[in-house]
Write a protein that binds this ligand. Structure first.
Ligand code: AMP
Length: 540
């Protein structure tokens, strides 16, 4: 028997309509790419999103069409989140930090019809333009005054595009399972894979993230999401902000410690969100200038593991609770967090840091277990570790345009992470099943680097591992076994790699070794190497 309740659709346009109606004066503050701070309200954001919707329809966009963005966290990008998805189109937020070949692949694979780009990325897009297949035009996210000369075909100015449009627009109603946004994973091998979110999954995720056990978003919250809107929808915060009328503070392109602190000092956020590298930069700035974070209550950190020293420094110097979160593009992205609990308050501080170092408990809606390589579930005893499997309504079912499902026969998605689950529910990442290197929150493929290095005639075998780095958390270290009778130098190999991988992927050092350890099946065994070389760059 079915229930007798209404079946209103969960649509992203409903969020901005709600914000306009009930939180019209709540602020959205942005550091712009042009420089000055911009400040407006949800009411103005809603009006401009409707102007944008009218403009998009005039460009000929129809339900299901895709529109790409290469943009920082600013109010204009925020409007695109609502304007594009609101008319039933899909916003494909492209991560400009990717290698040009990956960018071209993504823009073509997504079939973006228009690209909305910040001033910072014009040159980058100009260099890709000849390879872009279906892009009909480029909208530069700026005003007339700052509109540059560009070689891009059919370049338009965002403010011109929307200013002549009416702010009257009736958002269409459609099925909540309609696609709303598209993010690509920067995977280790092969091409990036697209995760196509729906209106329903996006709204459920925004609700989950806003809840009391996670970000506690409300109309009294002020949030500074440093986590980019071009990477997994800034952890859903633009949607959550609109859902509850929270004040949002967007940092634009200035993510260094001094600029982030300036915004904190002026706008008084109580919640910060970002990857560990960003917090490292902020803490360093605070140390150098002898300042403290007086207004901030919580900093949510994720994307890679938060070091204990960071948890401790936030707590002891700034009285800020560092909430550790874990998730992935395929999960919208958040799946777990270590909330501040009553039980924690009574714990010895070191024991509390032990808990904060773990990736946290799964949210309602995220079902989670661990299994061995044969799919047998392992006990949640804090000892056994295995492949971390997840399922739920905010988790990918299949990658964009893939024919086969991303789930196993029991409906689980394999995260590619290896984890323990403790009896009280805390999940702890042990390692990745793939040995990807996380540099400043971005991925570097060890396999791609190894493959490039072994192309050098002087190299018999290559192995790349991530080792500790003071600024970027991890950087690649290349270990090489020389080919018989060859004497390549470090410089030779670096020059050889230069045109084969993105510049920021180049290894920070190269070490020549006699031999490399292997598993029984002939794969490189990296665990021991990681331990041996852990501090190689720090001690250098
Ligand atoms: P992405 O899809 O780029 O967000 O990357 C997701 C991956 O980042 C996960 O599968 C993990 O390997 C890693 N990751 C995310 N958060 C954490 C965390 N708190 N601790 C350790 N690894 C993390």
């Amino acid at each position: 028997m079915l229930g007798n309740m209404m079946s209103g659709q969960l649509l992203i346009s409903g969020l901005i309509e709600h914000a306009e109606k009930y939180h019209s004066d709540a602020e959205i503050v942005s550091r712009t790419v042009e420089g000055p701070i911009h400040r407006y309200t949800y009411s103005e954001a809603a009006k401009r999103s409707r102007q944008l919707a009218n403009a998009l329809e005039k460009l000929g966009l129809q339900e299901g069409d895709t529109v790409g963005t290469l943009a920082w966290n600013t109010y204009r990008h925020f409007e695109l989140y609502f304007g594009v998805s609101g008319i039933g189109c899909v916003v494909n937020t492209v991560n400009p930090r990717l290698f040009p070949e990956q960018l071209t692949y993504i823009i073509n694979h997504a079939e973006n019809q228009y690209l909305f780009i910040d001033l910072s990325f014009i040159e980058l897009v100009e260099s890709l333009e000849s390879e872009l297949e279906g892009v009909k035009g480029y909208v530069i996210l700026t005003d007339k005054e700052h509109m540059p000369d560009t070689k891009l075909n059919n370049a338009m100015c965002y403010e011109d595009l929307i200013s002549c449009e009416s702010d009257e627009f009736t958002w269409p109603e459609f099925d909540e399972n309609t696609a709303s946004s598209l993010c690509y994973t920067s995977g280790t091998t092969g091409n990036p894979k697209g995760v196509l979110y729906s209106h329903r999954s996006t709204i459920l995720h925004a609700w989950i993230v806003s809840s009391g056990n996670v970000a506690k978003v409300s109309s009294s919250t002020c949030i500074l999401p440093v986590v980019p809107m071009f990477h997994v929808n800034a952890w859903g915060i633009p949607y959550a902000g609109a859902m509850f009328g929270a004040k949002l503070v967007f940092p634009g392109p200035a993510l260094d410690g001094a600029s982030v602190y300036e915004l904190i000092d002026n706008e008084k956020p109580d919640l910060l969100m970002g990857v560990p590298t960003v917090w490292l930069g902020l803490l360093q700035h605070l140390n150098e200038t002898n300042q403290t974070l007086d207004c901030v209550e919580t900093a949510l950190v994720g994307g890679s593991a938060a070091p204990r020293a960071m948890i401790q420094e936030f707590e002891e110097k700034h009285d800020v609770f560092l909430m550790h979160g874990w998730g992935m593009t395929e999960m919208s992205p958040l799946g777990t967090a270590t909330s501040r609990t009553k039980e924690m308050e009574d714990l010895d501080i070191e024991r509390r840091y032990d808990l904060q170092q773990k990736q946290g408990k799964a949210f309602f809606g995220v079902n989670m277990t661990i299994a061995d390589d044969y799919g047998n579930e392992l006990p949640h005893d804090g000892v056994a570790f295995g492949r971390l499997l997840v399922k739920g309504p905010t988790i990918v079912e299949r990658y964009y345009k893939a024919e086969e499902s991303a789930m196993d026969e029991n409906g689980w998605f394999d995260t590619g992470d290896v984890a323990k689950i403790h009896p009280e529910g805390y999940m702890e990442i042990v390692d990745r099943s793939k040995d990807v290197i996380k540099s400043g929150g971005e991925w570097i493929s060890s396999i791609d680097l190894e493959n490039a290095a072994v192309g050098h005639p002087g190299v018999a075998e290559a192995c790349v591992i991530g080792v500790l780095h003071a600024k970027w958390d991890e950087r690649p270290l290349l270990l090489i076994v020389k080919a018989a009778g060859q004497e390549p130098s470090k410089e030779d190999i670096n020059t050889f790699l230069e045109d084969k991988v993105a510049k920021w992927w180049l290894p920070d050092d190269i070490v020549f070794v006699e031999e490399l350890p292997h598993t029984a099946t002939g794969k490189l065994l990296k665990t021991g190497l990681r331990k041996d070389f852990k501090n190689h760059l720090i001690n250098k």
